[in-house]
Design a protein around this ligand. Sequence first.
Ligand SMILES: [Zn+2]
Length: 121
Amino acid sequence: MKLQIQMEIHGQKKNKKQEKMRRNPMTRKTKKVGTTGSFGPRYGSQLKKRYLKIENSTNAKHKCPNCASSKVKRQSVGIWMCKKCGLSFAGGAWIPTTPTGKTALRTAASLQEQELEKSKK
Ligand SMILES: [Zn+2]
């Protein structure tokens, strides 16, 4: 029993150490390639760079438009869900809000305003 507890404590310590090592840029295994290291020498460096940029932005923390917590995760292509409040919404394929999407929202809002003004007259 005592041994088991000691082992558990030891395991936690080891995990913390590993976490620290992972975050420290001096001890990181991959300097540039990141998760694309799993591809090995295949597919070309430029393509892998592009892939990495997109993958990192997809997996980054995104703010929820409803509760403003950073718990938004990608469900599938264009579908995003907040793990905290449960809101699911449509967005970009790889990022929750794209520049094009913002422009479209702005256009829709201005059109709605115009319609309202027309109906008043
Ligand atoms: Zn939320």
